[in-house]
Design a protein around this ligand. Structure first.
Ligand code: GLN
Length: 237
């Protein structure tokens, strides 16, 4: 691996890999390589310390028990927290939003302390939110609708330091009554969207990649990606 290789951290795929969100790391690697940028995925499992010097990090969704194991590991090995403090981009999906918050309550009603990287808390809602989710982005640098598949019981309430990623057009989103979705704070972007979200939303992939590389990225013309995007947006109507 050369000095200039982009290192993409896939954090705890052994416990936070249930919904195929590891695909987000593949998308980042592929879109980097298509620009001639060397890129590698570094898998960090429960057997590993969490390195703080990777260029970008991704975390996926999980069931309540698996997400507890992940929370414990990230509290013991605070490399992710240090990386985010240093401004390295982090993408957190579904259970990972909850883990990165101050606390979350499981479906069984138990409150678990999170790692407090995001100013938010999560409690179970009455009905599980399952289905296609479409939002209008609310952060600078994103202009196109975001789409993904949501599947969660938790409802997330944002504190003042966290901003929503998007306004809900279809689906439930954070589910705390205000029709917003996801959370953005510093270099951390989090969302309830599975998909994987970066396969469906190339603009979001390049948003993270640009931050990770510090480079201006040339646009990619990929008709099959546009087709997938259109198909999934249409499925939500
Ligand atoms: N276990 C969490 C919930 O149900 C997260 C689920 C997920 O990651 N899809 O809210």
């Amino acid at each position: 691996m050369s000095e200039s290789t982009l290192r993409i951290g896939l954090v705890l795929p052994d416990v936070m890999g249930t919904y195929g969100d590891g695909g987000n790391a593949l998308i980042l690697r592929q879109r980097a390589r298509m620009r001639g940028i060397d890129a590698e995925i570094v898998s960090i499992t429960l057997d590993d310390e969490v390195p703080e010097s990777l260029d970008v990090y991704t975390l996926g969704g999980a069931e309540d028990y698996a997400q507890r194991l992940a929370t414990r590991h990230l509290l013991r090995h605070p490399g992710l927290q240090r990386a985010a403090e240093a401004g390295r981009p982090v993408l957190a999906i579904c259970a990972a939003i909850q883990v990165l918050g101050h606390w979350y309550e499981t479906a069984a009603g138990e409150r678990v302390s999170g790692i407090s990287m995001l100013d938010l808390t999560t409690s179970p809602q009455d009905a599980r939110a399952i289905g296609e989710l479409v939002t209008a982005p609310l952060i600078e640098g994103l202009t196109r609708p975001l789409s993904g598949f949501e599947n969660h019981r938790g409802a997330t309430t944002l504190g003042p330091a966290a901003r929503p990623l998007g306004r809900v057009r279809n689906g439930v989103g954070n589910g705390a009554g205000d029709r917003v979705e996801g959370a953005v704070q510093g270099s951390v972007v989090s969302t309830y969207m599975h998909g994987p979200v970066l396969a469906r939303n190339p603009e979001l992939a390049d948003f993270l990649l640009a931050k990770a590389t510090g480079a201006e990225l040339t646009p990619l013309d990929l008709p099959q990606v546009d087709r997938l995007r259109k198909e999934r947006l249409a499925a939500a109507r």
